[in-house]
Write a protein that binds this ligand. Sequence first.
Ligand code: NAP
Length: 288
Amino acid sequence: MQDLYGTTSLIAGGSSGIGRAVAGLLVARGGEVILAARQQERLELAMKELGPAARARALDITDFAGIERLAESLPPASVDHLFITAATLAHGPFASLPVAEAQAMFQSKLWGGYALCKAMLPRMRSGGSITLVSGVLSRRPAVNCAALGAVCAAVEALARGLALELGPELRVNCIAPGMVRSPLHDRLPEARREAAFAATGASLPVGRVGRPCEVAQAAVMAATNGYMTGAVIDVDGGHMVRQYAAAGQSTNEDTALGAGQPRPIQPLRRNHQTSPSASASMPARTAG
Ligand SMILES: NC(=O)c1ccc[n+]([C@@H]2O[C@H](COP(=O)([O-])OP(=O)(O)OC[C@H]3O[C@@H](n4cnc5c(N)ncnc54)[C@H](OP(=O)(O)O)[C@@H]3O)[C@@H](O)[C@H]2O)c1
């Protein structure tokens, strides 16, 4: 299916994880992509994998002057879809997490996205879209993640406000992922990371954590569905409806970024830890 032939998308955060998976889906459908992130090496690797439909630009989304330079380097009305997955996160106990670290997270995940949307307005084609990324913590908090939840809620509010203000020329939506197995979690030691994935997965109705391509599918759908705007789409394995912890059970003894988890109580359905139908439908190039 080449239905995105002739379209150009800018993906801030397109060199890794969810953004990289979005790029893979767009290119597979004939679109061209501009990947923007900080590390040149990862950008080059992604470009090599994606082929000639992909270009790259260096961007630190916390650098507003750099955002302006990127936008100004693009021709007017040349970008159809803007995706913003770039963010540097911070989590930790409220009492000890330095305010500066929480502020730095807001600077990237909220203000960076805000500034990029604003700078890109003259570069967006009428009929296009903006897709932001928040996280389930916006509405289902976890211990050690108060600031992360707050920034996710702010991103969702921004998406709704922009949808109202920028329509009908542009549609704006937000994707709220639950825990996804992406390089975001690589900074955790492997054993701890796998334990967090396993514990979170076991607490979810789907029995596992997500893949970047599963979130990317929703992002591309939101970007291309002409009747969708102002929506916050949960792609979270059922995180919002998962079981509450029973009295006496500890919660959230290990919190990885984006999803704290209660210990599961008597899981009823553990017979589909991996969903063949889900994995079968994922393009190999974007499988996380
Ligand atoms: N993975 C999860 O479990 C999960 C759950 C809920 C929500 N989310 C949200 O989903 C989004 C994407 O996460 P992911 O899992 O795809 O993360 P990821 O694999 O770590 O990818 C993050 C991307 O953003 C770029 N980036 C980070 N900081 C940047 C900055 N200051 N300026 C420009 N680019 C920057 C990174 O490249 P460089 O480092 O080279 O700049 C990379 O391309 C984030 O907003 C995250 O909060 C993720």
